[in-house]
Design a protein around this ligand. Structure first.
Ligand code: DAH
Length: 346
């Protein structure tokens, strides 16, 4: 019995392999420690009959030496392997350059917009992307049957059972942050809210299911349309150059009255007319207006005491104009060739 056991352990020992010091130590413990396999065999040796003692004694001694030799041999192998790796390290060699990431063009333009408006005294406000109907539509004075409330235009969020919760949506504009700010703050309010918005659109070169906006809101006593116009003119000139002109066209938004859309003189042709501005000399950049008194009241602000203006601009739109990106999809494809074009702008 002991004889077979010795032979079995001997066969195991011959096959031993270790990749590192830890594995080697585990093997040493398994075979050579006080509770190891070989010590156990030595203990059994006490019980063998006198005539077997000589033969098994020799076999056991041989096993122990074999095991020790094998462990030493493995240790040597591991040490030479480590030494080889060590000598590969040339501490004098210049380090590989770590390629630095660059800011995404949308972030670049967003930061520039934030920079301009904070210099004009605006502070930053934030709100959730997964919003409720109340903040996105109701408090923004959307009629109950407004088409934006339809699933064709807005993403509705399913609950855990898979049924659509009519109240939980992905915000379709950052105007929702207006409601969030007004709920918690009384005038004077002067904020911009940059953020991502979602719309149920087919993805093409000119439309995407998500994009970025910056909302602006200013509420105080005696705020007039002239204040709005002046701030937007300053913004346009800071963003697109001192010679930039603006024009306001009457428009409609549920949350502003009166409402307008703002164009800037085409900075590519200087207003003469080109393919970019479709020969009109003007390009549209944002929507704006005086905050509708209904919105103020719905958000807990006295519309008889306070008035305000709001505006909303698309960051992709401004980025397209600034860097002439023709296809909206490039902003979310993360093609390094595209992103690397903005290295110098960083
Ligand atoms: N929320 C509008 C949109 O997503 C943009 C907008 C227009 C915001 C006029 C405003 C505004 O604050 O006054 O198209």
């Amino acid at each position: 019995m002991l004889k077979e056991n010795i032979q079995q352990v001997l066969a195991e020992i011959e096959q031993l392999k270790a990749n590192n010091e830890k594995e080697l130590e585990d093997l040493r413990i398994k075979y050579l420690s006080k509770k190891g396999a070989i010590t156990n065999l030595m203990n059994e040796f006490r019980n063998v009959s006198a005539e077997q003692k000589r033969e098994l004694g020799i076999a056991l001694n041989k096993l122990k030496t074999e095991a020790q030799d094998k462990i030493n041999q493995l240790r040597e192998q591991i040490q030479t392997k480590c030494a080889a790796v060590d000598t590969d390290i040339d501490l004098t060699r210049t380090a590989y350059p770590t390629p630095l990431g660059t800011r995404h063009p949308i972030s670049l333009v967003r930061n520039e917009i934030i920079d301009i408006f904070t210099r004009l005294g605006f502070s930053l406000a934030d709100g959730p992307e997964v919003e409720d109907d109340l903040h996105v539509f109701t408090k923004m004075n959307f009629a109950a049957d407004h088409p934006a409330r339809d699933m064709q235009d807005t993403f509705f969020v399913e609950d855990s059972k898979g049924s659509v919760e009519k109240n939980v949506i992905l915000r379709s504009h950052t105007s929702s942050v207006q409601a969030r700010v007004m709920e918690h703050q009384q005038p004077p309010i002067r904020v911009i809210c940059p953020g991502r918005v979602y719309r149920n659109e087919t993805i093409t070169a000119r439309a995407h299911c998500f994009f970025h906006q910056v909302e602006g809101l200013y509420i105080d006593k005696n705020v007039s349309f002239a204040d709005l116009k002046q701030v937007l003119l300053l913004f346009a000139q800071e963003m697109f150059g001192k010679d930039t002109q603006i024009r306001l066209r009457p428009s409609y938004f549920p949350f502003t009255e009166p409402s307008a859309e703002m164009d800037i003189s085409c900075h590519i042709c200087g207003g003469k007319g080109c393919s970019f501005c479709k020969n009109t000399g003007w390009v549209e950049i944002l929507g704006c207006g005086m905050v509708d008194p209904n919105v103020l009241e719905l958000c807990g602000i006295d519309s008889k005491v306070y008035s305000g203006y709001a505006f909303g601009l698309g960051i992709e739109r401004i980025t397209n104009l600034k860097y002439m990106v023709k296809d909206l999809r490039m902003f979310s494809e993360n093609d390094e060739r595209f992103l690397n074009e903005f290295v110098s702008a960083n």
